[in-house]
Design a binder for this molecule. Structure first.
Ligand code: NDP
Length: 230
């Protein structure tokens, strides 16, 4: 039985990752900002003994340190860390705000950096870190597209660089880290027009992650395992 840690497990892709790993019999540490209001996640933990709900806000380093220390004190190791929590704000050029850029970068970049660093020491040998990125972070894919999700696209490009910068150190500890796009998924963030259901995306992500090895460290891939150009 593997130990799985998920950030942003209150809804969307994070909740489905927790569900599918729970059903597979893994030991799931499902984290969310506010366990008191995470009804779907609490329901999951009531249905499965192998799901533990813990408070973790990726922009609050103390919550990261406190959970990493709890895991360490128990002598547990994490086999798969899904750094999934993220946010997006739509603003057209001309309407950009410093608040939206700051909040998006703080959550999607600074938060993910602190998650990577904070949990590195509790990762198992052969453990895998999946940093949930987006094709919108790809210069090649976005080309000259001008959308309303610039702060988000910038944050995912920066996340990709973060993965490249940290993957070699993690690899030397025997830990794989990749940037992975889940596809366009029907969630609060993706909207109902999206291509994939959360079930489809997460089934594909789990299969892809199970097939990754240390050789793949630092890659930018999609949910099917195909490499995405930077
Ligand atoms: P949702 O908006 O449905 O869920 C976002 C999750 O992130 C929620 O659980 C939310 O918690 C959590 N979250 C946000 N900020 C924080 C924080 N500071 N600390 C802890 N948790 C936080 O999004 P998705 O499920 O669609 O997205 C999950 C990941 O997938 C994101 O990284 C996103 O960028 C990425 N992605 C999604 C795509 C899609 O089409 N859906 C496409 C490409 C990438 P709370 O309930 O407390 O707000």
């Amino acid at each position: 039985m593997a130990t799985i840690l998920v950030t942003g497990a209150s809804r969307g892709i994070g909740l489905e990752l927790a569900c599918q790993h729970a059903e597979a019999g893994d030991s799931v540490i499902a984290t969310c900002r506010d366990p008191d209001t995470a009804n779907a996640l609490n329901h999951l933990s009531q249905s499965f003994d192998n799901v533990e709900v813990e408070a973790l806000d990726v922009v609050d380093p103390l919550t990261i340190l406190s959970l990493a220390s709890l895991i360490s004190k128990r002598g547990d190791k994490v086999d798969i860390l899904y750094s999934n929590a993220g946010m997006a704000v739509a603003e057209a050029f001309g309407e950009w705000t410093a608040d939206a850029f700051s909040a998006t970068l703080e959550t999607n970049v600074v938060g993910c950096a602190m998650i990577l660093q904070g949990f590195a020491k509790v990762m198992a040998q052969g453990g895998k870190i999946v940093n949930v990125s987006s094709k919108m972070g790809s210069f090649e894919f976005m080309g000259n597209l001008a959308g309303e999700l610039t702060s988000y696209a910038v944050s995912k490009s920066a996340l990709n660089m973060l993965v490249r910068q940290s993957a070699p150190s993690l690899k030397s500890q025997g830990v794989l880290s990749v940037a992975l796009s889940p596809g366009w998924v029907k969630t609060d963030m993706g909207g109902q027009e999206a291509d994939l259901t959360v079930t489809e995306s997460v089934e594909a992500i789990r299969k892809t992650v199970s097939e990754l090895s240390l050789e793949d460290a630092g890659k930018f891939i999609d949910y099917t395992g195909e490499e995405i150009p930077w």
